[in-house]
Structure formats: C-alpha cells, structure tokens
Design a protein around this ligand. Structure first.
Ligand SMILES: *Cc1c(COP(=O)(O)O)cnc(C)c1O
Length: 227
C-alpha cells in the first residue's frame, strides 16, 4: 500500500509539470483513480494519500466498494458501459458519469436522479475512431446529443470523454481533435467545459492537448486482478 502512496506522489508531480508546460496549473487537472478490479483496501490507501475522485466501470463491484468505504466522502465517477436496467442505481449513487452516448440513456439518468441530490454531472462519450468494439457516439452526432443533455434539468453537461485509438496506428492526434470538437460545440453555445481523456499510458500527452480529467488505473494501483 505504500506503493500506492509513492505512485500517487510521482503522478501528481508529472501532472503538475505537464499542466505547467501547457500554461495551466496542477489545480486545473482532476485525477481520477480508476479502481475497477481493485479491492476496497487499495482505494482506502489512495484516500489516505489524499485521493478523492474514484472511477468504476462495473456497477455491482462499485456498490460493494461504496458500502465498504461509506465512511469516506468520495466523489464517485461511473466510466463503464451503461445498461438501461442500471440507470437508476447509477443516477442514485454516482456523482459523475463519463459514458453517456445515447439520448435514451441520458433521459433515463435524468428521470432517476433523486431530487435531493444536485444534478448528475455528465460527459458525452465520443467514439473518435468509429471503432465497433468501443462505446461512444460519433463526432458528427455529438452536437445533437449535447443539445439533448442540455435540455434535461437533472443532468449537468460537463464535457466530452474519449478512449481514442492509439495515435501511433493512425498518425492522428485524437486528443487534439477532441479539444477542437469542444471549441466547435462551445461556439454553438454548448457548455462542454471539460475534456475527460488520457489514461496511464498517455495522460501527459492528453494534458498537453487540453485534458483536465485524466483517468488512471494501473499507474496508481498496479495490475488489475482477473474479474
Ligand atoms: C480501465 C479504464 C481506464 C484506466 O486504464 P489504465 O490503463 O489502467 O490507466 C481509464 N478509462 C476507462 C474508461 C477505463 O475503462
């Protein structure tokens, strides 16, 4: 567990340097600890080292950890595929959802968000490479989904999220393309303020391209256990 503390310290240093090189500060970047397939004790160790935002992919697994860690005031982010029959619990239990890619899902999350909680903060997931194995809406369809989310009072549109193809394979800078899409949508009056992009292998590059929510799993916790 001291390893988690050391890794977090190292990552925070790298984030600060990448942010400063891009004309921003470390405070502008939110580090999400992606804790799928990690035990609750690992999350607690990260909390003890100052980590406050945690991201989970699988609802049942997340609910178990929420129970085990209910004494901690964690910001929970959902970053997995959203099945329709899971929208109620996601809307009730999470603070943020990064993987909204259909109007129907957005409408269900809106309907299920409890009135005594603030609006659910959502990112629209973009499938930049139009990869069939990945979730996300196409770049072209992003604007109409953003407009739909904007109309839903129990959702708060926060930004765009992507798990892009490897640039090495294509020569395209997908991080820069997502940053451009944000500007285009802003120019059309859509308040997509943030970019959720960059994982363990490429978060510094993502920050250089404008990311302000980076999602790191293995860099913090080491390898994941088999599910
Ligand atoms: C698992 C996962 C991550 C973290 O991946 P690492 O390579 O371990 O940093 C980030 N984002 C999403 C959507 C994931 O599913």
């Amino acid at each position: 567990m001291t390893q988690i503390t050391d890794q977090l310290a190292d990552i925070r240093g790298r984030i600060a340097r990448a942010a400063e090189a891009a004309g921003r500060t470390a405070d502008d970047i939110t580090l999400l600890a992606v804790s799928k397939q990690q035990p609750a004790e690992a999350l607690r160790a990260a909390w003890d080292a100052g980590q406050r935002h945690f991201a989970e992919n699988y609802l049942q697994e997340a609910l178990e950890k929420m129970r085990a860690l209910s004494d901690l005031d964690i910001q929970w982010h959902f970053i997995g595929r959203i099945q329709s029959n899971k929208t109620r619990l996601i809307a009730e239990r999470f603070d943020w959802v990064h993987t909204v890619d259909r109007e129907k899902t957005a409408a269900r999350l809106n309907a299920h968000r409890p009135e005594d909680l603030p609006p659910l903060k959502v990112f629209i997931q973009i499938n930049q490479g139009d990869e069939t194995q990945k979730a996300g809406i196409s770049t072209q369809a992003a604007e109409s989904l953003a407009q739909a989310v904007e109309r839903l009072p129990r959702l708060q549109l926060e930004g765009l999220m992507s798990i892009p193809p490897k640039s090495l394979d294509t020569g395209v800078s997908y991080f820069r393309e997502l940053a451009r899409l944000r500007i285009e949508l802003n120019e059309r009056g859509l308040p997509v303020g943030h970019l959720s992009m960059g994982m363990s292998a490429d978060y510094e590059e993502a920050i250089a391209s404008g990311s302000d929510f980076v999602r790191l799993g293995t860099a913090i916790f080491g390898p994941r256990s088999a599910r």
